[in-house]
Design a protein around this ligand. Sequence first.
Ligand SMILES: [Zn+2]
Length: 332
Amino acid sequence: MSSAAAPVVLAVDVGGTTIAAGMVTGTGEVLLHERVPAQRDGVWRTLDTTVELLERQGAAAARLGRRIVALGVGVPGPIDVEAGRVGEHVPHAPDLAGLPLARLLGDRLGVPAFVDNDVNALALGECRFGAGHGARSLVVLAPGTGFGAGIVLDGRLVRGAAGFGGELGHVPVKFDGRPCWCGGRGCLAVYASGRGIAEAARARVAGHPEAPLLAAAGGDLQAITAEGVFAAARDGDPVASAVVDEACQALGAIIGTVVNGLNPEVVIVTGGVAGSLVPLETRILKAAGEYAFARALAHTRVAIVPGDKRVSMRGAAALALYELERQEEDRR
Ligand SMILES: [Zn+2]
């Protein structure tokens, strides 16, 4: 079969806990992928680890007779895309701060390399290969530890003037709400990210050792996780239910903001928390209906899709393909 020798792109997804690298075809098939912890012995070694992973993927591509045409890298945080440089604020990969990552990795592999925010890459991946296949306008909302988002309009990624385009996790959903770790107040991330949900639950049960949420965490406040909060809410725990209600309402508010502001064809809710949100879809959509214009919402398909590493590989690959196409357009 001629496709056996089809060229591939290498893809890297830098996450807060793991770094994944893989080999992806132009049709989104993930041929190989590997993931390793982001820290070794408590030290961030994102760059070294990424280089090692890419060298192994490169050797595997050679063994399979696959030509590598480009490399795409998704990094959690704002990126100066034109310079291929990681921003100064990357709490989930601090050793990459300020590095010209595209040049460093591209020189190493001898192929064009492109770096962008991980959820921007995910949005391109969903358009090209995923739940938004064929859509010209799509918004990805990705609650994980933090809250990432990506916007594609008319087939173009919205990056903004300084790379902050699509930072919907730090859009206020409650203007007099709780302070956010970004320095803002009432941000979506405070109510609907994994960190925000866990912190909200901790604040409510602190000093109440009899609270089931705290008891289930062995009395250790820091051991309360978002996953634990969702599970306790399903069991009817009133504190956990209140936190989950707030998360659903906050997601409804941001879907309303997105639908009224952009009216995209598709909104995809994905990321680490999405698995816990699937059973809550009806509630989230009902909340969205409280904020969005009914006719606008009727023309936007909302899908909750649990995140997985293969999808993020496809995102980083889609980023590389998107940028190669942009370069080609510029040359014409
Ligand atoms: Zn914020």
